[in-house]
Design a protein around this ligand. Sequence first.
Ligand code: GTP
Ligand code: MG
Length: 319
Amino acid sequence: MKENNVCLSQSEEKKDAEQFCGFIGLIGRPNVGKSTLLNKLVGQKVSITTHKAQTTRNRILGIRTEKDTQIIFIDTPGIHRTENLLNRKIVAYAENTLGDTDLNLWIVQPYPQTSEERNCFSVLHPEDQHILQMLSDKEKRTVVVLNKIDTLSKGDLLKSMANLDKLGLFAEIVPVSALKSTNLNQLIVSLKKYLSPHPFYFEHHQVTDVTERFLASEFVREEIFLRLRQEIPYSVAVIVEQFEEDSKCIKIACVICVERNSQKGIIIGKKGEMLKKIGAGARKKIQSLLGNKVFLKLHVKVLKQWTQNELHLKSLGFE
Ligand SMILES: Nc1nc2c(ncn2[C@@H]2O[C@H](COP(=O)(O)OP(=O)(O)OP(=O)(O)O)[C@@H](O)[C@H]2O)c(=O)[nH]1
Ligand SMILES: [Mg+2]
């Protein structure tokens, strides 16, 4: 009996040794391209992306499985200093991820970018200084990913790489353009070095841990981010109330929560035009995700000051 057991675990060990896995955090300040990179690395849109900062509000896994390797990327909200209760919670999701990973990718974009920033003498954005401090406190291996290199001349790229190199703390510095898919294969080759022997954590075909229901709500939120300005996107949460499939289509009903009555009017728009546009855009994306006809119903509700209210935040899933 005992011998049998040993035999069994030996054969399991052999099987384990053939597979390599790792959890890799995508960390960085808002808007540097973490979610764009995640989607490209897993080959599917699992995290929403917009031109506005603070788009991502959750930890989202993107799983890339190839032959004997499984890399589990963790997309995180952009780290920034904030007083707002919602933002403090989402930044904590990102900061807590740093310690849970096998390796962190610190995503940075070329700096300075704006004419105001060009007057400063630092190679790092002030928020990046803070992230750098946290990364070094964790004493974990960090690979720096310099993203958006499509916006740089060759000379500026070399200068940026040299400036990052001078910081001297990183396992590697890999320049990429997530948007143009430049150098992503090179990044994957580099990352494979940091995986450890372990049986796969997820099935071969699984690309994310989030549900279709969650992604549907995110696609509605993405449309709001893309179509509405100023504070509106930051005052919005989307809840899926119905998600049912019948023989003809998938019926989805969502509530868009806002903080004030005036915001409700803006989201609905004149004669409901804005809400219709948000619905049409989101429906298209959800249909392409689910590969099925979707009937999407949206309505708007005021949840007073929800971004500053502990109970509301809890009810919306922000623990
Ligand atoms: N030019 C250029 N733009 C990029 C690149 N990668 C991402 N972007 C753009 O940068 C903006 C922000 O991208 P996101 O992926 O949403 O950024 P993020 O870091 O996830 O942002 P948060 O979720 O707010 O923290 C979008 O407009 C992207 O299209 C790139 O390689 N080149
Ligand atoms: Mg993001």
